[in-house]
Design a protein around this ligand. Structure first.
Ligand code: FMN
Length: 224
């Protein structure tokens, strides 16, 4: 295999290997050099006029624990189940919920079991490193695209290094808590949360392969 083909095969594997982790090993920290390498790669993401709009705040140790405790305290008195998903997309969320909660052993009609499982979002599913992905308030949709490109590149680089990740919009429902505990300045908008760590290999929901649409459902070719 040529060098390029080997690299491509590796990229394919990493893309397929990345998945959302919903239980981390809380006592196995993220090695700083692996994080630094991954961040250097993610910084290569493209952006409009190269403004590099992504801003990331990551906490470990006591700060990380205080953040999780504060979010959990707030979420215990209520959090939105749908996180702003429009009605026309709700069916996909239900399908995902059936698969994920099924793998967690929570029955379809077990409302309290689901609530408890959902609450684990607010402790970043036990990730030893947790934080928020932000962008300047004055920036728009195209810049949000660039933040997404940064984030996916980061997830892939971390995956390649054996680390696991969870992107979380759920925690962004409490931006004030994230701001306070992560020292996020006012001019930044909180887009989502991020947990990083090592996956618990004994948690069945961590093995899930969530299906995707056929390409034809999402891509239109025109040639006339
Ligand atoms: C912007 C964004 C927000 C997400 N928010 C959450 C979340 O709050 N909680 C959660 O458990 N998963 C969350 N996810 C993970 C998705 O559910 C997951 O990516 C999707 O179901 C596909 O599964 P996979 O990542 O394992 O391939 C989020 C993913 C993205 C990209």
């Amino acid at each position: 295999m040529s060098g390029t083909a080997a690299a491509a095969a590796n990229l394919d594997t990493v893309i397929r290997e990345r998945r959302t982790t919903r239980r981390f090993l809380p006592d196995k920290p993220v090695p700083r050099e692996l994080l630094d390498e991954s961040l250097e790669l993610a910084m290569r993401a493209p952006s409009n006029s190269n403004i590099q709009p992504w801003r990331l705040f990551l906490a470990t140790g006591a700060r990380r624990m205080r953040l999780g405790e504060a979010l959990l305290r707030r979420a215990t008195s209520g959090f939105p189940a749908t996180a702003g998903i429009p009605e026309s997309f709700a069916v996909l969320r239900q399908q995902l919920g059936a698969v994920v909660y099924g793998a967690m052993g929570v029955a379809r009609d077990d409302a309290e079991g689901r609530r408890i499982a959902q609450l684990r979002n607010f402790d970043f599913f036990g990730a030893p490193m947790a934080g928020a992905v932000c962008m300047h308030r004055d920036l728009g949709h195209a810049d949000g695209v660039a933040v997404g490109m940064f984030l996916q590149t980061l997830l892939l680089a971390l995956t390649e290094r054996g680390l696991a990740t969870c992107v979380q919009v759920s925690v962004a429902h409490f931006p004030d808590v994230l701001r306070e505990h992560l020292d996020i300045p006012d001019e930044l908008r909180v887009l989502c949360g991020l947990g990083i760590g090592y996956a618990d290999p004994n948690f069945p929901a961590n093995q899930l392969r969530i299906p995707r649409n056929p390409v034809s459902a999402n891509v239109v070719f025109l040639d006339d």
